[in-house]
Design a protein around this ligand. Sequence first.
Ligand code: FNR
Length: 399
Amino acid sequence: MRDVTRDPAAVEPPVLSRQLRDILSLEDLEPAAQRYLPHCIFSFISGGVETNASRHENRAAFADYDFHPRVLIDVSSRTTATTLFGERYSAPFGIAPMGGSGLAGYRADLALASAAATENVPFILSGASLVRMEEVAKANPRAWFQAYLPVERGAIGALIDRVASAGFQHLVVTADVPVGGNRENLVRAGYTSPLRPTLKLALDAGTHPRWLFGTALRTLRRHGMPYYENSAAERGMAVFSNAATRAHLRDSLSWTDLEWIRDRWQGKLIVKGILAAADADKARRIGCDGVIVSNHGGRQLDGAAAPLRVLPRIADVAHEMTVMMDSGIRRGSDVIKALALGAAFVFAGRPFLYAAAIGCEPGVRRAIDLLRSEVHRNFAFLGSRDVSELEGRVMRIAR
Ligand code: FNR
């Protein structure tokens, strides 16, 4: 039965702990992670910015559409397997890049990468990750790399050369971060980057002993102090220190920098954080292979459009360029709506990190399997044998 959704990677399911067996949907992961994580780290993952308007709309947008199933179609051979950039994956979704993942779960960058490799879905390693990219590439040779570009050309070039030498073939440039988001919730929760040793942090950690022993102390004992390993060609700063807050200023970067990268980077080049059709068109003209329509999970500009709402306009101007989407995907039905509205593929962020926190690699595999099973089941209801048979199945609700 599992093989149907697993094309081409038919693998044994992971052995699940009782806690993971009780996780029945991606939505179940958040309360479980909230119990496991210190308040400041849970706030860092779950939060948006300012009023959380975009984070809210990312979910609300899916309710603007409903399904129009077709019946009595033989769907017994249906498959969730999907081709993206010439590679066959077991599902039309992957894992979005998430910086600081190792703060939430033990060596979470590796847990996410390995689970994605085993379950045959794409994984994007964040430029703000804590395990060296070379080690992640060994665990998952098909992982993609996401860069937060340094502002200076020499440093951009050195980073790209390192990414290429490590063996990555897909480079994702995140474009919606000219400055850091206004994360008031983090100030309230006592989260800083790097984390500062304060009494508040000590109390927060001490009242979450499973995280303290299972993630923080285990990491320190086995691997020493974690660093931002991949933000540049050389190691960045430690995650835990009294140093000044990490600078996020990238406000001088422009399309000229992206053109320069296009000339230098031989692999697939993808721009993440696109919400305007005009920008998608620019990306196409300079030769980008794909865009990820995204508002960063509602973590940058509060009030930025929900990606689902702008997706059809962007798909219209994309032509040969691949359009992907993230922000707010939690259910198989969300995946299908995004595909029907023009995405070739989607990504989800927070739920997979919650899964890595509470359940390491088996937890992430469980999350992938749940989401893929929902897509597979809904294909049957919709009378769709694969991702190419969704036409007319999703329509905007006339109000
Ligand atoms: C992110 N996101 C992100 N994006 C990026 O390009 N580079 C990064 O390092 C990070 N870091 C990061 C950390 C955390 C904790 C979260 C939750 C998110 C954004 C991420 O790639 C993606 O766009 C959103 O998470 C998608 O929204 P959902 O699925 O979380 O709703």
